[in-house]
Design a binder for this molecule. Structure first.
Ligand SMILES: [Zn+2]
Length: 389
């Protein structure tokens, strides 16, 4: 079909509306169920919310790229139109999850949405675009593209305060927090380089072993007692002294989707069955990593609880309760279940072990399936054309 700018505009609007509507419809029932459960125990509210959170991120990750794949199958738009459609769909999908983000975190604002798009969604689109643009053979152009993306992933891991803290906004680190963190780093003999504070509506802390940095949310400083804060920081300090192999595994697991960069060359060489090992690696790398990472979580927990296990337990409880993170989650994740972590600290929770929270709703499973089917069909089409003499 002859392409023109009006068609590009139409595709962008349609993609924006579809992304927005899909995520709104996928998350709205979660907000309603959460409102209805206003008086329930926090662990039940967290259990209700969790699969909708998962769905929101799946929709934002896969619906825009699925729409562009579908567009390329039915029409042959120029690359600019494809990229614009992907960006518009992506913006719509994140915007559609805005009410859910707002329900979980009242400080989530339009500016946090903008930062989320810039630092989280936009890099995803770059990876998908490179996957699509990969040549049939692994020549220097292909290896160059892979090297650039790997370097970019390493760069993001080197400057977490700026890149990885998606919808947090940085605020100055209080000097007494910096001093306390330095003392705890010395106690743990951890290679610590600095601590940053981000504005975020729920308390949490993250360690970045590559750069030796710790990031905490402002809410963590406001809600936790000094003893609880010390215990949580001890946990993060232990992550900073992990072996380099674990640090490398953390980066690889976080970027496991990059294995799709090899999809076109592998399919060109071995046909569609070549996609099997690629998809397997994409699924199995994070699963294997989670198994290994759990051991380091347990190690960090025991270091955190070594001085005041009750303070550590109450600190962890506040993080889960205020952030509505379930106490038990279906399947195996990188962190042991909160319920088991508390028991391991010698603290019996004041609530019964909840049923495990589901990871996804149907609104999140369907886009994943659709994405998988569209990838296979698109590759098959491309292979036919690529093998023509
Ligand atoms: Zn941890």
């Amino acid at each position: 079909m002859d392409w023109n700018p009006v068609l590009t505009l139409f595709c962008c609007l349609a993609a924006f509306a579809t992304g927005f509507a899909w995520n709104l419809l996928a998350t709205w029932p979660g907000i309603r169920r959460l409102r209805r459960a206003a008086d329930a125990h926090w662990s039940e509210r967290a259990r209700i919310l969790h699969p909708y959170r998962g769905a929101a991120s799946v929709v934002a990750s896969y619906v825009p790229v699925s729409m562009t794949l579908a567009l390329q199958l039915v029409a042959f738009p120029p690359m600019g139109a494809v990229a614009a459609t992907a960006c518009a769909g992506s913006a719509g999908a994140i915007l559609g999850s805005f009410p859910l983000s707002r329900a979980m975190d009242p400080t989530f604002s339009w500016s946090s949405w903008r930062v989320a798009f810039r630092f989280w969604q936009h890099p995803m689109l770059v990876v998908w675009a490179t996957v699509a643009a990969m040549p049939a053979k692994m020549g220097w152009v292909a290896w160059g593209a892979v090297a650039l993306l790997v370097a970019w992933a390493a760069f993001v891991n080197l400057d977490p305060a700026r890149f990885s803290m998606g919808h947090g906004r940085r605020i100055p680190t209080p000097p007494e927090l910096e001093a306390r963190a330095r003392a705890l780093a010395q106690e743990a003999n951890a290679p610590f380089r600095g601590i940053h504070v981000v504005r975020k509506g729920s308390p949490n802390a993250w360690a970045f072993p590559v750069s030796g940095e710790i990031v905490v949310s402002e809410e963590l400083l406001l809600r936790l007692t000094p003893a609880e804060l010390d215990a949580i920081l001890r946990h993060e300090m232990d992550h900073l002294r992990e072996p380099s192999a674990m640090t490398l595994a953390r980066i690889v697991a976080a970027q496991a989707h990059m294995v799709l960069l090899f999809a076109k060359p592998v399919v060109f060489a071995f046909g569609l069955p070549g996609l099997g090992p690629i998809l397997l690696a994409w699924v199995l790398v994070p699963v294997g990593f989670a198994r290994w990472a759990r051991r380091f979580e347990a190690r960090a927990d025991s270091h955190a609880a070594s001085v005041d296990s009750t303070a550590y337990a109450t600190g962890l409880l506040k993080i889960h309760e205020l952030g509505l993170i379930p106490a038990v989650i279906e399947g195996k994740t990188t962190h042991p279940h909160l319920y088991d972590r508390l028991l391991a600290c010698g603290v019996k929770p004041d609530f019964d072990r909840p049923k495990p929270a589901n990871v996804l709703t149907l609104g999140g499973i369907l886009p994943s399936l659709a994405f998988g089917i569209l990838v296979v069909v698109s590759l098959e089409q491309w292979l036919k054309a690529a093998r023509l003499p």
